[in-house]
Design a protein around this ligand. Structure first.
Ligand SMILES: Nc1ncnc2c1ncn2[C@@H]1O[C@H](COP(=O)(O)OP(=O)(O)O)[C@@H](O)[C@H]1O
Ligand SMILES: O=C(CO)[C@@H](O)[C@H](O)COP(=O)(O)O
Length: 485
C-alpha cells in the first residue's frame, strides 16, 4: 500500500510517497511564486498551489504501481484566507499567514471586542496573520469581493476541495482562524457574528485522520490514480510536522525551521497561555498543543544568502562559521514583523554590534543565532507556564544544516533529536493518510511506530553557557527598538 503526503509550504509544495512500513519511496518538490504587493503584505495564488500539486502528484506516482495508492493527505501552511465565489472561482489571491496588513482589524479585535472575550470564544487572541482579521480587512477594504464570498477555506483545504469536491477542514488548522472554539471543537457563533459571515460559508469540521471523500473521477483520470483513493482531512503544517516527528503525547516538543520558525509542545490537556504569546490549538492526534510562531526563520537565512550575499551555497557559507558562542554581532529576525512573542507586525530586522573587522561569516552566524534566540523567546514563555521540555525534535528546511542544529541545541540547552527525514509535514500527512485508510488504530501509535530518531545533538555545557549570556543580551534589543521601526 502507498500513501501520498502533501506539504503545502510557503516556499514550495513538497510531496512524499510512503509505504505502509513508513519507508519513503520518493519525494518531489515544486515551487510557486510568493507575492509581496506592498511592504508587509504576503500573497500566493491558490491556482498555483493546485497546479503544482497536481504536477507533483503525477511525477510522484510516475514509477510506482498506482493501484497501490490508497490515500492522500495534507499538511498546509496555516491561517491563509482562501475565498471562493458561488461558481468556485478564487475571488482574490490568498492572504497568507505572514501578511501584516491587518494591524487595524487586529487592534479592533483585541482592544474593542477584547482579549478576554476572544480567549473565551476561541482560546486565542488576534494576531495579524490569523484568518478572522483578514476577513474583517476584506469586508472593510474590498467590499465587492467580500460580498461575493460563498466559501472560506484554508490553503490545504483548497487542495482537498479541488481533489475531492468536499468542502472540509479539520480542527488543527481551523484553530488558527480565530473562528474555532478550540477547546470544544466547534465553530464559535460569536466570532462568526463579529466577522459578519454565515456558518454556511465555513467548511465542515473533521479530525485530521478522517476521510473527507475520494478523488473526483475526472481528477483521478487526470492524475492517473484509482477513483477510490481516499482523501484524508490532514492538518495545519505544524501539527502535521508534529505527527511526522512523533511529537505526540504529553510534553513532546518539535522545532520547525521552515519559512516560519515554530516551537510546538504537544499536550493531552487543553490549556491557554495567560500571556497570550503562545497559541493554544488542537493537535492532529486528537488532543491539544501550545505553539510559538516566528514569521521569519529559514527565510532570514535565505534573504541573507540569496538577496544580500548572492549565493546559493548555504553549506559552504556555513562551513566558514567556526567561532560559536564568540560572536559580537546580533541579528533581530523580524523581516516580516513578529508573531510570538511580540505580536508586532511593525517590528523590523536589524544587525547590531558590527565593528570595522566584522566578517561575512560572523554576520551569517548572527542570522542563524538571531532566529534561534527568537525561538528561545517562545521557549521562555512555555517555561514560565511550567512546561519545560528537556529535548526536542527538529524539522523543516533549516534542519538540514548541522551547524544550525548545533546552535539550536546550545541556545535552547536541550537535546535535539534528528529524525531520519526532515520532511516533517509531508511525512506526517502520509501517516495521517495511512491512519485514515485503517492501517493503524491511532495517529499516536502510527507516529511512534514509524518515526525513527537517527541521531541526537547534545548541548555542550560551556557553549550553552556562552549562548545563555548572549541570549540575555539579545532579549534587551527588541524592547529598546520597539516603536522606532
Ligand atoms: N542548509 C540550510 N540552511 C539553512 N536554511 C536552509 C537550508 N536548506 C534549506 N533551507 C531553507 O529552508 C526553507 C524551506 O524549508 P521548508 O521547511 O521546506 O519551508 P516551507 O514549509 O515554509 O516551504 C527555505 O527558506 C530554505 O532556504
Ligand atoms: O503561521 C504559521 C503557524 O502559526 C506558520 O508556521 C505557517 O503555517 C507557515 O509555515 P511554513 O511555510 O513555514 O511551513
Amino acid at each position: 500500500m502507498l500513501f501520498i503526503g502533501v506539504d503545502l509550504g510557503t516556499s514550495a509544495v513538497k510531496l512524499l510517497l510512503m509505504d505502509e512500513t513508513g519507508k519513503i519511496e520518493k519525494i518531489v518538490s515544486k515551487e510557486y511564486p510568493l507575492y509581496f504587493p506592498h511592504p508587509g503584505w504576503s500573497e500566493q495564488k491558490p491556482e498555483d498551489w493546485f497546479a503544482q500539486t497536481a504536477e507533483g502528484i503525477k511525477e510522484l506516482v510516475s514509477e510506482c504501481d498506482r493501484s497501490e495508492v490508497k490515500g492522500i493527505s495534507f499538511g498546509g501552511q496555516m491561517h491563509g484566507l482562501v475565498a471562493l465565489d458561488e461558481a468556485d472561482n478564487v475571488i482574490r489571491p490568498a492572504i497568507l499567514w505572514n501578511d501584516g496588513r491587518t494591524g487595524k482589524q487586529t487592534d479592533y479585535l483585541n482592544n474593542v471586542i477584547g482579549k478576554d472575550k476572544l480567549s473565551r470564544y476561541t482560546a486565542n487572541i488576534a494576531f495579524a496573520g490569523f484568518t478572522a482579521p483578514k476577513i474583517l480587512w476584506m469586508k472593510e477594504n474590498e467590499p465587492e469581493n467580500f460580498a461575493r464570498i460563498a466559501k472560506i477555506m484554508l490553503p490545504k483545504d483548497y487542495l482537498a476541495y479541488m481533489l475531492s469536491g468536499s468542502f472540509c477542514t479539520e480542527y488543527s488548522d481551523a484553530s488558527g482562524m480565530l473562528l474555532l472554539d478550540v477547546e470544544h471543537k466547534c465553530w464559535s457563533k460569536e466570532m462568526i457574528e463579529i466577522c459578519g459571515i454565515r456558518k454556511e460559508q465555513l467548511p465542515k469540521l473533521y479530525e485530521s485522520w478522517e476521510p473527507v471523500g475520494c478523488l473526483k473521477p475526472e481528477i483521478a483520470g487526470e492524475l492517473g490514480l484509482p477513483e477510490d483513493v481516499k482523501v484524508i482531512a490532514g492538518a495545519g503544517d505544524n501539527a502535521a510536522a508534529a505527527v511526522g516527528t512523533a511529537t505526540v503525547g504529553d510534553g513532546a516538543c518539535n522545532i520547525s525551521l521552515g519559512t516560519s520558525g515554530t516551537l510546538f509542545i504537544s499536550s493531552n490537556k487543553f490549556g491557554v497561555d495567560e500571556h497570550n504569546a503562545l497559541h493554544s490549538f488542537d493537535h492532529a492526534d486528537g488532543h491539544y498543543h501550545l505553539m510559538g510562531c516566528m514569521l521569519s526563520a529559514a527565510s532570514c537565512n535565505k534573504w541573507w544568502m540569496d538577496d544580500i550575499l548572492k549565493t546559493k551555497a548555504y553549506q559552504e557559507e556555513q562551513e566558514g562559521v567556526t567561532k560559536l558562542g564568540e560572536n559580537h554581532v546580533y541579528y533581530l529576525p523580524y523581516l516580516m514583523g513578529e508573531r510570538s512573542p511580540h505580536n508586532d507586525p511593525d517590528a523590523r530586522a536589524a544587525f547590531i554590534g558590527m565593528t570595522m573587522d566584522t566578517t561575512r561569516e560572523e554576520m551569517t552566524q548572527a542570522v542563524l543565532e538571531g532566529v534561534t534566540f527568537g525561538l528561545r523567546d517562545s521557549l521562555e514563555v512555555a517555561r514560565s507556564l511550567g512546561v519545560n521540555p528537556e529535548r526536542t525534535k527538529i524539522c523543516g528546511g533549516g534542519a538540514k544544516s548541522p551547524l544550525w542544529r548545533k546552535i539550536v541545541a546550545n541556545v535552547m540547552n536541550m537535546k535535539v533529536d534528528i529524525i531520519e527525514s526532515e520532511e516533517g509535514p509531508g511525512y506526517g500527512a502520509a501517516i495521517l493518510a495511512a491512519v485514515g485508510c485503517g492501517v493503524f488504530p491511532s495517529v499516536e501509535e502510527a507516529a511512534k511506530k514509524l518515526v525513527k530518531v537517527v541521531a541526537t545533538e547534545e548541548p555542550e555545557p560551556e557553549l550553552a553557557a556562552k549562548y545563555e549570556e548572549r541570549y540575555q543580551k539579545f532579549k534587551k534589543f527588541y524592547p529598546l527598538l520597539k516603536g522606532n521601526f
